[in-house]
Each structure stands twice: as structure tokens, then as C-alpha cells.
Design a protein around this ligand. Structure first.
Ligand SMILES: Nc1ncnc2c1ncn2[C@@H]1O[C@H](COP(=O)(O)OP(=O)(O)O)[C@@H](O)[C@H]1O
Ligand SMILES: [Mg+2]
Length: 279
């Protein structure tokens, strides 16, 4: 039985305020059980061939974060339309401008440095939920667009350096990076950057080696290869996160209408956060 044609009762959560410290619902596994991932203190990279479901997973993650009153959205989308519907609830939205992308990433790097200075002054190692400090979810759809396609070589290099620094150091300061790329091979992102992403999702790939490039070398040989996903099974992927062993799952999917509905709820939540006397 495939995970696509199996019907299950799913847990329904009301569309109310949430916390980014809570698990995010990614979809269901082959038994129809919920697949949930806690992204706080983590970074995630998703890869796969065009049309395999990468941007859709980003949208699902953003949909959760949009309803979190303790998360700010910083979105980078070279195509503009993949994440564009979230613009009304995003603090930052960068489209096809490398200059703007660099400005914003430098800003985020400064914010990270300020947070570490504050943590250091307080004798602490990481921010926690009770600090009341907003977490910043930085989502980049198609890393390669900024890292190898647009801009000059120097700009692309600076982009890679900034992303690497944010992925390497951001977690304890409450900065989560979630990025998508078709193939995280060395010509697109340096291996040293790719390896910093603790959590990976491999949607359909055309070869075992592409799948291994996303999940890390050796998994295809063990039977965990995104090449085995049928082309028509969009949104089916291997998730490497908590547990340390890839888990096959079918990602949830938000239509444009779903996204607009979530944006409406998220806008109200953000304008009148719970506990705010104006609410
Ligand atoms: N989880 C999913 N469930 C059902 N259909 C999906 C799912 N993910 C993607 N799709 C379908 O596949 C199309 C391409 O998905 P997309 O996320 O844009 O792929 P990618 O970003 O990898 O190119 C979507 O427009 C949608 O029709
Ligand atoms: Mg895409």
C-alpha cells in the first residue's frame, strides 16, 4: 500500500497562535502517522528535481511559522511567486535582487551578533522560549539562484559566506535557516555549507548520487534513495531529522486558497498578539 492512497484520520489543530518551539507538521508517513519536526535550534535543507515538492514544503513550514506569535519571517525567493503569498505577514521579502539579498543577510548577521553579545552578558548559551525574543525564520527558495545565477562572482561569494555564517552560528541566537535547492552539489553550494544543515529532505531525484548529495553519502546504498520515488509522487520524500535515519513521508500541501486563509489568520494574530490589551 502506498502512502498516497491511504486514508487516515488526522489530528486537526485549530488555526490559533502557536510557538516556533513546537513541532511543525510536515505531513504523514507510510503508516499514515503524523510526521512532525521541531525546527527550533535547527536548520533544514530540502532538495530534489524540479517539480518534486521543495517549494511546497517551504510553504508548509512558513504556514506554521506565520501562526507563531514568536516567529518573524524573512523570505528570499528569486522567483517571487513561490513564497510571495506570504508577503503580508513577512518582515522581510527579497525577490530577484542580489543587492537586497546581501543587505538583508548582513542585517541578519548583525542581529545575530547583537543577540550573542546579549547572551554573553547574561552568562547564557542560547535563547529560550521564556526570553520573549522573537525567533527569525529565514527561508531561501533556491539557494543556487543567489549563489551561482545572479550577481557578480564577488556578490555570490558574499552571499555564500553570509548564509554559511548564519547556518553555522544562528541556531542558539534564534535564527533558523530553511533553504531549498535542486541539487546541493559542490558547484551550487560548497560542501562545507551543505554539511552545516543538520536536517535534510530529499524529494525525488534522478540518481542515487543526487539523493546522497542531499541526505549525505551512503544512504542510497542502505536503501534510502530518493531515486525510488515515482515522478508522479510529488511531495513524497525522505526526511533526515530527529532519529537519524531517513523516514519516507508525504508532505502536506497548501493550495493558494489555503495560504491566503492562513495569511488572514496570521495577520490578525500579528496585529493583535494574544495578551496584547488591544486584542
Ligand atoms: N505535498 C504535495 N502534495 C501534492 N502535490 C504536491 C505536493 N508538493 C508539490 N505538489 C505539486 O507539485 C507541484 C510542484 O511542486 P513544487 O513544490 O513547486 O516543486 P519544486 O519546488 O520542487 O520545483 C506543485 O505545484 C503541486 O501541484
Ligand atoms: Mg521550487
Amino acid at each position: 500500500m502506498t502512502i498516497l492512497n491511504r486514508r487516515r484520520t488526522r489530528r486537526n489543530r485549530p488555526a490559533g497562535p502557536r510557538s516556533i518551539y513546537d513541532p511543525i507538521s510536515f505531513g504523514i508517513d507510510e503508516n499514515g502517522d503524523p510526521v512532525e519536526v521541531t525546527l527550533m535550534y535547527r536548520n533544514l535543507l530540502d532538495g530534489g528535481e524540479p517539480g518534486s515538492g521543495k517549494s511546497s514544503l517551504l510553504n508548509t513550514i512558513i504556514g506554521h511559522a506565520a501562526l507563531c506569535t514568536d516567529a518573524r519571517l524573512w523570505l528570499f525567493d528569486g522567483k517571487i511567486v513561490e513564497l510571495g503569498l506570504w508577503r503580508p505577514v513577512a518582515d522581510v521579502f527579497v525577490g530577484n535582487s542580489i543587492g537586497l539579498a546581501l543587505d538583508r543577510l548582513r542585517e541578519l548577521q548583525s542581529e545575530m551578533d547583537i543577540r550573542y553579545t546579549q547572551l554573553d552578558a547574561a552568562g547564557r548559551r542560547k535563547i529560550v522560549q521564556t526570553d520573549g525574543l522573537d525567533v527569525i525564520l529565514c527561508v531561501i527558495d533556491e539557494l543556487a539562484y543567489y549563489s551561482v545565477t545572479i550577481g557578480t562572482k564577488d556578490e555570490q561569494e558574499e552571499f555564500r559566506t553570509l548564509v554559511r555564517d548564519l547556518v553555522a552560528r544562528g541556531r542558539a541566537a534564534g535564527i533558523i535557516v530553511v533553504a531549498a535547492t535542486q541539487r546541493p552539489s559542490a558547484d551550487i553550494i560548497p560542501t562545507s555549507l551543505r554539511d552545516l544543515f543538520g536536517y535534510r529532505v530529499a524529494f525525488r531525484c534522478t540518481t542515487d548520487s543526487s539523493s546522497d548529495i542531499i541526505l549525505s553519502v551512503g544512504w542510497a546504498k542502505e536503501g534510502f534513495s530518493a531515486k525510488d520515488i515515482r515522478p508522479e509522487d510529488r511531495g513524497v520524500g525522505w526526511l533526515l531529522a530527529e532519529g537519524g535515519i531517513p523516514r519516507r513521508f508525504k508532505a502536506a500541501y497548501l493550495t493558494d486558497a489555503h495560504i491566503r486563509a492562513v495569511v488572514n489568520v496570521a495577520r490578525r494574530l500579528r496585529d493583535n498578539p494574544p495578551g496584547d490589551p488591544a486584542a
